[in-house]
Design a binder for this molecule. Structure first.
Ligand code: DHB
Ligand code: FE
Length: 283
């Protein structure tokens, strides 16, 4: 059977793509952000994941407001990035893992999660940037991926409780995949940020640090909040932290607990409070 060996989560910001393209990692503005990653690179070199299930929120590249599923899963052999209008370079396609995608579709549907199945799916910065950050020396990253989109763009959003339940169902499904590959679950988004309106630039460090701590010691903590309460605390785009919650919920099905590999918090990059975490599943 397959094994979830750990979880990764990071903020995604288009400007990071530009910083990487221009080699700005050591510049004073960027260094405190990129410094969060080397201990995680060392862990990834050691554990060598082969497949990544990535929870991310599309921002209008693949889905738009006219048709926007709450949950969707990719079942493609390859996932292409494209110009999203942020001015960032288009990255190389990421390799898919259709055999795990279809196993997840079967298992999740049986568990009463009816995801939109996408045999073609273009992936935006929320999916591509984390792979550039976690595998900086390999482009594209040397893993196969299954992307799972969770709507955080158009309200009402799936509740934190529902997202947590989806994450657990994904964890259980990976655990019964008749394949020996090493799987990592990943969440892309957050932490607190708001890009528009009167509260543009809103950041809530106290809430972010509580949330980060909950990833280690109290994974269900954020499920106490409704979508509107999350917006109040984390900002209209800070609700992307739901991706971290799905990742962490999947890990609860992977073993008896988690070991913190590394976590890092830095504010701000662009308009966003950035966080990154790596957790190893304890069998
Ligand atoms: C920014 C943050 C995001 O989550 C995003 O999707 C786009 C931009 C930002 O802070 O610039
Ligand atoms: Fe975003």
């Amino acid at each position: 059977m397959a094994q979830i060996i750990g979880g990764l989560a990071t903020s995604h910001i288009p400007a990071i793509g530009n910083a990487i393209a221009k080699g700005k990692q050591q510049e004073p503005y960027w260094k405190p952000f990129f410094d969060g990653f080397p201990p995680i690179h060392a862990w990834l070199r050691q554990v060598q994941p082969e497949v990544v299930v990535v929870f991310y929120n599309d921002h209008g590249l693949n889905f738009f407001l006219d048709k926007l599923p709450a949950f969707a899963i990719g079942a493609a052999a390859e996932y292409h990035h494209a110009d999203e209008g942020w001015g960032i370079p288009t990255t190389a396609p990421l390799a898919g893992c259709p055999e795990l995608s279809w196993h997840l579709v079967e298992q999740l549907t049986a568990a009463e999660f009816d995801l939109t199945v996408c045999q073609e799916m273009r992936v935006d910065h929320a999916c591509t940037i984390p792979f550039q950050l976690f595998w900086p020396d390999q482009h594209p990253a040397p893993v196969r991926i299954v992307p799972i989109h969770i709507n955080t763009v158009q309200f009402p959003l799936p509740s934190a409780q529902r997202v947590y339940a989806l994450g657990r169902a994904v964890g259980r499904a990976v655990g019964c995949w008749a394949d020996a590959r090493r799987v990592v679950v990943m969440g892309s988004g957050g932490l607190s940020h708001q890009l528009e309106g009167e509260r543009a630039g809103f950041i809530n460090k106290r809430f972010d640090l509580q949330f980060l701590q909950s990833m280690e010691t109290n994974p269900q903590w954020a499920t106490q909040y409704s979508d509107r309460e999350l917006v109040e605390r984390a900002g209209t785009q800070g609700v992307e932290l739901l991706m971290w919650l799905a990742m962490r919920a999947a890990l609860t099905e992977a073993g008896s607990g988690v070991r913190l590999v590394h976590r890092h918090y830095h504010i701000p990059i662009s308009n966003t409070a950035t966080g990154v975490i790596a957790l190893e599943a304890v069998p």
